[in-house]
Design a protein around this ligand. Structure first.
Ligand SMILES: Nc1ncnc2c1ncn2[C@@H]1O[C@H](COP(=O)(O)OP(=O)(O)OP(=O)(O)O)[C@@H](O)[C@H]1O
Length: 335
């Protein structure tokens, strides 16, 4: 039987209006919210409901990604799972316990990498790790934690001298100090250069393969596509799509793009191929990539047409995300 390390049922979280959801910092709503100057849905005079009835679970040993538009409610959700805030309604369980009321039992078994660790800037990396290590009952050796994130050569550097990417890696090392069974990663690769990103992805995969369950929030859809076993996309407090990356992208059409040589018009293409013409290319959106590509190539060969910059690809998570977000009734076209 599948073991779930996180179970969320009917979770709601409201700010203001006398709800019990205090504790979070007020954040900007991003371009999907206040910056567009429109009234936020969910603000009914009794405060603002940031999370509006979530149901999902995370299995032991999987990477589960929570994605969403700005202000969708990801942080508001994860804070409840981490035991940092109370739900207004619904239940959450982490490792079979309530993360808020059973905090003393849950906390030693989870690792949390927040968006900003907020370490004292005058301490060195080793001093910081020693300080954190003091709060963990059976800590991982500091050297090992720093090696896991490739920071061993920065051990005697002061935190204020670290680059943004190095601080993210230090945040991650600190989250790993207690050998967590469940690891919460909030935007773990923001500010990392491509090589450090790849290394962090490799580390996340190794942790997953050794049995750690990982709840990841990220704005990088390629990151979710590469790492997540399952994911949920949130928009305005609700999950609007969930499943494996393949399931979420399956409903999206594949695309064939190319340029036609001078003298060949889109109208010359086989009538069965429904092509759209853009300034710089022709695009065919299809649910049947193999057959439509074969037909196009046959037509090109029979007519001696060279298809310049020919590209055929299945939908990416990014395309699925944009499409899902655009389809939401409250959504007004910005991300
Ligand atoms: N303390 C608070 N009081 C009032 N509203 C809040 C508070 N904290 C967050 N919010 C609002 O709740 C909504 C959800 O915020 P949340 O930070 O959970 O979204 P998010 O999905 O993490 O966004 P982002 O991707 O931009 O980080 C936003 O509209 C935000 O402004």
């Amino acid at each position: 039987m599948t073991e779930h390390v996180i179970e969320v049922t009917g979770l709601r979280r409201r700010y203001g209006g006398g709800g019990s959801a205090a504790g979070a910092k007020k954040k900007g709503t991003g371009i999907a919210g206040a910056a567009l100057g429109r009234k936020r849905g969910g603000d009914d005079g009794k405060g603002f409901e940031a999370v509006r009835g979530l149901d999902f679970s995370v299995r032991r040993g999987e990477v589960f990604a929570l994605l969403g538009t700005n202000g969708a409610g990801k942080t508001s959700t994860v804070e409840v799972l981490e035991g940092l805030a109370a739900p207004t309604a619904g239940t959450v369980s982490v490792l079979g316990m309530d993360p808020l009321t059973d905090r003393a039992a849950v906390r030693p078994r989870i690792g949390i990498m927040l968006q900003e660790g907020g370490f004292p800037s005058d301490l060195t990396v080793t001093e910081t790790a020693r300080m954190w290590s003091g709060c963990v009952s059976e800590p991982r050796p500091i050297q090992e934690a720093l090696e896991m994130v490739d920071m061993e050569d920065r051990a005697s550097t002061r935190v204020k001298m670290l680059s943004g990417g190095e601080r993210r890696r230090l945040d991650l090392a600190m989250a790993l100090l207690g050998y967590p069974e469940v690891l919460f990663l909030d935007e773990p690769t923001t500010g990392l250069d491509p090589e450090a990103r790849q290394q962090t992805w490799a580390l996340i995969r190794r942790l997953r393969d050794s049995g750690t369950s990982i709840m990841l929030t990220t704005h990088y859809l390629d990151e979710a596509e590469k790492l997540a076993d399952r994911l949920a996309i949130m928009h305005e407090g609700r999950i609007v799509h969930a499943g494996t990356p393949a399931e979420v992208t399956a409903a999206q059409p594949s695309r064939i793009t190319f340029r036609l040589p001078a003298g060949v018009a889109p109208a010359h293409l086989p009538v069965t191929l429904r092509a759209a013409e853009y300034v710089d290319r022709i695009e065919i959106r299809t649910q049947n990539l193999q057959d439509d590509l074969a037909e196009l190539l046959l037509w090109a060969r029979q007519n001696g047409v060279v298809l310049d910059q020919l590209n055929a690809r299945t939908a990416s998570l990014e395309e699925a995300f944009l499409d899902i977000a655009r389809q939401q009734p409250q959504y007004e076209g910005a991300l």
